[in-house]
Structures are given as C-alpha cells and as structure tokens.
Write a protein that binds this ligand. Structure first.
Ligand SMILES: [Zn+2]
Length: 510
C-alpha cells in the first residue's frame, strides 16, 4: 500500500515560484528605465512589478495599444505592431547602453578630470554610473561612426531624439527616454564646464575624449527650446589626418595651379561654398603643401580643427574678444609668410587680409558665398575696392562635397530605359553606374566618406581688368552661377562614371 505524503509545496510549485521570482526581478531590472512607463508612476509600478511583472507589463502594453488606437485612429493590429517594436527597441537599448559604456573611451573635462570624478564617481549611485555609461557609449559610437556632429533634441512624448551627422547627412541614432537623457545631457554639460542648473540661456563649453587612437575634442552648445533643452556637440577628430589635394578630389591640373600659386611669396587663394561644403578641409589640404620649417605659418581658426605641427594656431574667441580682425592685425607684426584665415566674415578682416596679400604674405581664406563671382560681389558688399581685389586675389575656388559610394556594398544601378538611352547617347556605358546598397561597414547608408567637386576662377590679367573696371555685378554673377553649376555638374558626372558616387547623390549639388 502506498502512503501518500502530502507536501505543503510540491517541487513543481517551488520551481514555479522560484522561476516567477526571477522573471519578475529580470523584467523589473530591464524595464526600470523604459519609456513605456511614465516617470511619475515608476515608484508604484516598481513595487507592482516585483510581484506581478508579466501581468503589469501586459496591462501597460494593452493600455498603450488602446491609447494609440484612440489617438491616431490606426487599427489595433498596427498599434500592436508599433508598440511591440517600441518595447523591443527599448529592451535592446537598455541591454546596449544601460548595462555598460564604451570601455575604450575616457571622457575628460578641459583640465583633465574624468567624467566619473565629476559626475558619477563620488557616490555609489548606480543611476549616475548608468548615466555615465550611456554618455560614454553615445560619444564612443559617434567617434567610431566618424560623425562630425551629435544633436540631442527633446521631442514629443517625453523622448529625446539623438542624431549623428555622418558625411554631412543627419541620421537618427537612438531615441532615449527623457528621464535618462536629461541626466546624460547634464553629465555632458558638467564635463564641458557648463552650469547644469541653467537650462534656458544658451551656453557653450568643451571636453576631450581619450580613445585608443588618440584624442578627440568636442565643442558643446546648449539652448532652451520648446520641449526642454537641446545640445549640439561638434566633433573635432585629431586622428583624421588632413588629406592631400588629390585626396580631397582635385584633378591634376587644378592641383598644379594651386601649387604654383602657393610657391609665390604673396597673393591670396579664396575658397567659397555654403556651410559644410568642406572649405576648411581644403584649407588644411593646401597647408599640407607648404613646408612649415622654411616658411612661418600662422592660422586663425574658429575652432582649431586639427593640430598642425610647426604652425602657430590661434583660436577665435568672441567672449575673450579675440576676433578674426584683431588676431590678423596682431599676427602681421610677427612676420608670417603664410596666413590662414578660417573665415572672412566682416569688412575689417576682408580688408586686412587683402592688404596683407599685397605686402609679402600668402593668404589662404574662406568666404561664405554660392559661387566664385558671388564671392567678388560679396567682397564689394564688404566695401573692398575693385582695385584692391584685382591686385590681391590670385585664385577663387568654389566647392561642393558629394558622398562616395561604399566600396564594400555598392551595386550596379537599375536604370530606366530612358536613362540608359540618355547615357548611351553621351557614349557612357550604363554598366559603370553604381547605386548605394548599405552594409555594416557603412552603417547601412551605402556611402562612406566624401569627395569634393571644384570650380576654379584664376584671376589672370583678363579677369583683373574686368574686376578693376567694375564689370562684376550681381546680374553677371547670376549668369556665372549657372556656368558654375554646369561645371560642378560635369565634374560630379565624371565621378558617377568612375563609380565613385551615385546619380542620386549628385542631384544634391545641382
Ligand atoms: Zn557598405
């Protein structure tokens, strides 16, 4: 006869209870920072989660789905899919950034104190540690992806949009819940020497990151906007060595013209283009052609992007009243051979720079203008006399940048019959035209790196005569604009035929 022993808890029940406990703990930990649950309700939901995590999540999930249906009028299925996708992203994000930072990067303030010391180290506060880890991961990813800017913007629904600018194009990086992102913004402000309590007034600051490849500097600007505070971070990566003239995309003929002018004792080369057209990269490429040991090179920049060994670099700082014009005036007393002026913005700078170019100095500068002849009109606007312009200037170069196709994943473009016929008429083999695809090497964009297209205007005797006879007017500059667009388009088309860039990409410059 079997004697049944009645256990108070069967082994199955015990196993189930243990499993339930760990599941609740796991979900609690995973969703502690989730944007699925609002910050106001978090203390209550945490207690509830401890006992009944799967039920609580199910309730919130259902609530979220029905809220979406009510607000946007989408079907329940669609609402379910988007909410589910959002929850998965949140879990992935917490797994990625929340658990650990980027161990290979160390964030330091300008005096060399680390972010752990300033923001997270003193207390044993796990939340501060997690914030620092997310900040490190964010900065580390941006440096790794060769981004030039990081933009952190408060968005609707109490989220923050984090975006990276890579090769001149802004793309989303992550959405971070406002509770966590607010803390990340504060930690970055703290190491940039900014006032954390001040959230409305615009502020600026700087910090440095040490990576295995060297150091990277960051310029930070904050401003109060509609839904909170936004942060823009400019990345100045010292490790990306300035390129040569041919690497930036100049053809052999243009390179030779530039070299001939640079070898002279005096004169001026002016680079034109809109913001982000690679003007400063071109200035650095020209400086690389100069021997710093035999010629005294002084640069005035805002900000200094690369450290040039052998050159004296001055950074403009309007707060400390160090302007382009003031710096230029003072360095002329230091007997420079070559002067690089980051940007001509005002009458005084333009006039000193042009006068210097006539008195034994080689001046390299940039000017914000749409074309070469528009640059001349702009100088006239800055009250520069046509005679001074004609005698000082040697060369004006307009430039635009196009993204290069990623060599790992580009594929033959599928073209319409009309496009194929048009290409055949121009004797171009349509098989040489490539289109972007996207792979892990290029972050899924299909493009990697950029290359310049240039339109040059050599100020020879003929042009000098035109300028000094005041034949450059707004009307003639508009006509020349068309000519320039044609020139740039022709050059860009050469890059398409060479398989360097795509047809869609060159539409951006024409
Ligand atoms: Zn690729």
């Amino acid at each position: 006869m079997l004697v049944a022993i009645e256990l108070l808890f069967s082994p199955y029940k015990v196993a189930f209870l243990v499993f339930w406990f760990y599941l609740c703990m796991y979900l609690l930990q995973r969703f502690e920072l989730s944007s699925l649950i609002s910050a106001r309700l978090k203390p209550w939901t945490n207690v509830l989660m401890l006992f009944a995590a799967p039920f609580v999540l199910f309730l919130f999930f259902t609530h979220e789905v029905f809220k979406k249906v009510e607000q946007t009028g989408v079907s329940i299925v669609d609402a379910f899919i988007t909410t589910f996708g959002h929850a998965i992203k949140t879990i992935k994000y917490i797994k990625l950034g929340g658990a650990r930072g980027n161990a290979s990067i160390i964030l330091l303030d300008p005096s060399g104190r680390s972010i752990h010391e300033i923001y997270g180290g003193k207390s044993n506060d796990d939340y501060a540690k997690q914030t620092v880890a997310v900040a490190e991961r964010l900065i580390g990813d941006a440096v790794e992806m060769l981004a030039s800017d990081i933009l952190i913007n408060p968005a609707e629904n109490f989220d923050y949009d984090v975006r990276f600018r890579v090769d001149g194009v802004l793309s989303p990086y992550k959405k971070i819940d406002s509770f966590l992102c607010g803390a990340v913004v504060n930690s970055i402000k703290a190491i940039s020497g900014m006032d954390i309590a001040e959230k409305r007034r615009p502020q600026d600051g700087a910090f440095v990151a040490k990576t295995p490849d060297g150091s990277v500097s960051f310029r930070v600007a904050s401003a109060g906007i509609l839904h909170g505070e936004k942060l823009s971070i400019r990345i100045l990566n010292q490790n990306l060595a300035p390129q040569t003239l041919s690497e930036i995309g100049m053809d052999e003929r243009t390179c030779q013209i530039v070299r001939d002018i640079l070898s002279k004792d005096s004169g001026m080369i002016l680079f034109c283009g809109p913001t982000g057209s690679g003007k400063s990269t071109s200035l650095y490429a020209m400086l690389r052609e100069i021997d710093f040991y035999t010629r005294n090179v002084i640069t005035i920049e805002d900000p200094v992007e690369y450290v040039l060994t052998g050159a004296s670099q001055i950074e403009v700082n309007s707060k400390a009243d160090i302007t382009f014009a003031k710096s230029l005036r003072s360095i002329l007393r230091q007997d420079p051979d070559v002067i690089m002026v980051g940007e001509i913005r005002d009458e005084e700078t333009a006039s000193i720079a042009l006068k210097a170019s006539q008195t034994g100095h080689m001046v390299l500068a940039t000017l914000h203008s749409s074309s070469n002849s528009a640059a001349l009109v702009r100088l006239l606007d800055l009250h520069i006399s046509p005679l001074l312009m004609a005698s000082g200037l040697n060369l004006i170069i307009s430039q635009r940048l196009v993204r290069k196709l990623c060599n790992e994943c580009k594929s033959e473009a599928s073209l319409s019959d009309a496009q194929i016929n048009a290409l055949r008429q121009k004797n171009i083999d349509p098989g040489n035209i490539y289109a972007p695809v996207g792979c892990s090497k290029c972050g899924g964009t299909g493009y990697k790196g950029r290359i310049g297209v240039f339109d040059i205007m050599v100020i020879d005797d003929e042009v000098k005569r035109k300028i000094s006879e005041s034949k450059i007017t707004v009307a003639s500059s508009v006509k020349d604009d068309e000519q320039m667009k044609n020139n740039l388009h022709k050059q860009a088309m050469k890059l398409v035929i060479a398989g360097v860039t795509s047809l869609e990409e060159i539409k951006r410059i024409s």
